[in-house]
Write a protein that binds this ligand. Structure first.
Ligand SMILES: [Zn+2]
Length: 470
């Protein structure tokens, strides 16, 4: 160590004066020596003032600070590491190469010791015990400790693990080889769990979002942010690009996940098998009446699928099985078909409707020697004639004395006939409703004036219509 302080000089001077005795020759020599020495000393002092020996602390070869002496330099480094340890509450280390070198410096270049900490802080890569998250051999994130890293890995797995009714997870596996290594890590690189989660699952520590404004689309947002529409869609799977709403928060990030979680899950869905309706005809029940014999009940069928997802996105869905859990029970309705051609006292819905309203000009039965097979009702030519009951037109045409006639079959052997018509509104084979206009009153065939000849026939035999009209 080379130091040259004023104190040293004083000691040397004293030593010299003690040496100087009473010898004159010696005194002369001493005088000369003293003069020379003074010169040397002056030079030394000048050198000492302008240039001096000092110690430089270098970090990886780069000079960071200069100290007056070696101890000071060593202390500066160890003090810094010590302070740092206290500050962080853990042992800190560095893998940086720290060297203390002897150098000659100009005094005005000296660096104040107060700056030591700050200078070292800038230059030293401070390492603390932590954990590295290694994906396929590459360090992807640095965390405070192994437990935090393990928690993070579990969080990523569970983030992508499907949950819900009917879902049985079969397998959760990482596509990449992930290792968690305990090691000394750079303190400034340590991420908290949230940052690391975003970094590993999205590809960015912090996600910038954009709030959708009026008139914006994925296309315009992508363009404004130098992104592709595809990237935007991938980063925002929850949004339908065609149905953007004002206020939607769009993530402006290119998805680049470091980790891919593949999940295989069995999905069970139970679907309803709707019941059908069966109609049973009951000839003992009046037409128009209905009765539920048996209420319907939906059945159910269980479908099983194997669903493979990668980072939450479905990549495969296979049908496994479909099992009927319960068969549907059809609703059974009993529908009356009996056309109750009873007298009006019965009041049943099966009673026939009057085809026209008018006075009865000739009743059913014998007229002198002739048997009148129907009922004559007075009416004017062109008056509408309505079907007495729902049924199917079996004939609409001319028939001898009947003139223009319409015959309607109501089922169960019951027919109604409408004769002497002036025109038809229906044709053969046509279905008609009760009360529907089927033709017009006229006087065709053997008729003396406009009226409707109305017949009711059961199994071909004419019966008295008055018994059945309501
Ligand atoms: Zn008649």
């Amino acid at each position: 160590m080379y130091t040259f302080s004023k104190d040293d000089l004083e000691i040397r001077k004293q030593r010299k004066s003690r040496l100087s005795g009473n010898n004159p020759l010696a005194k002369k020599k001493i005088m000369f020596a003293a003069g020379f020495l003074t010169l040397v000393l002056l030079a030394g002092i000048w050198i000492h003032i302008v240039n001096s020996i000092a110690y430089a602390v270098t970090v990886n070869g780069k000079q960071v600070l200069i100290c007056d002496n070696k101890e000071q330099a060593e202390q500066a480094v160890s003090k810094f590491l010590e302070t740092k340890s206290e500050e962080l509450g853990m042992a800190v280390t560095t893998e940086d190469r720290i060297e203390i070198k002897e150098i000659k410096v100009n005094k005005k270049d000296r660096i104040l010791t107060e700056d030591i900490g700050q200078l070292l802080e800038q230059e030293l890569n401070i390492l603390v015990p932590g954990a590295a998250f290694i994906v396929n051999g590459e360090e992807k994130a640095v965390l405070a400790d192994k437990k935090t890293a393990e928690n993070l890995l579990e969080r990523i797995k569970s983030h992508y693990t499907p949950v819900g009714k009917g879902i049985t997870v079969v397998k959760v596996q990482l596509k990449e080889n992930v290792e968690i290594a305990e090691k000394n890590v750079p303190v400034h690189k340590i991420l908290d769990e949230e940052q690391a989660f975003q970094l590993l699952t999205v590809g960015a520590e912090k996600i910038v979002t954009h709030t959708v404004e009026k008139g914006e689309s994925f296309w315009s947002i992508a363009k404004a942010n130098n992104m592709s529409v595809k990237d935007l869609e991938e980063a925002n799977p929850e949004y339908n690009p065609d149905k953007l709403q004002i206020g939607d928060e769009i993530k402006l990030v290119k998805m680049d996940p470091a980790i891919h979680v593949t999940t295989v899950a069995e999905l069970t869905e139970v679907k309803k098998i709707p019941y059908g309706v069966t109609v049973e005809n009951d000839s003992n029940m009046l037409r128009g009446k209905e009765k539920v014999k048996q209420s319907g009940k939906d059945g159910s069928k269980e479908f099983k699928y194997l669903v493979v997802k990668e980072n939450g996105k479905e990549v495969d869905k296979q049908f496994i099985s479909g099992t009927v859990l319960s068969e549907p029970v059809n609703k059974v309705v009993v529908r009356g078909t009996k056309l109750e051609l009873a007298s009006r006292d019965d009041g049943g819905s099966g009673s026939l409707r009057w085809p026209i309203r008018g006075s009865i000009t000739s009743r059913f039965g014998y007229r002198h020697r002739e048997f009148h097979t129907g009922l004559d009702i007075d009416g004017s030519t062109g008056d509408p004639v309505r079907a007495a009951e729902a049924g199917t037109v079996t004939y609409a045409g001319r028939d001898g004395n009947y003139g223009k006639i319409i015959r309607i079959n109501h089922g169960n052997g019951i027919q109604t006939w409408y004769a002497h018509l002036s025109s038809y509104n229906v044709s053969s084979g046509q279905k008609v409703e009760r009360g529907e206009i089927i033709g017009r009153v006229g006087s065709t065939g053997r008729s003396t004036g406009s009226h409707l000849h109305f017949e009711v026939r059961i199994n071909g035999n004419p019966v008295n219509p008055l018994k059945y009209l309501d």
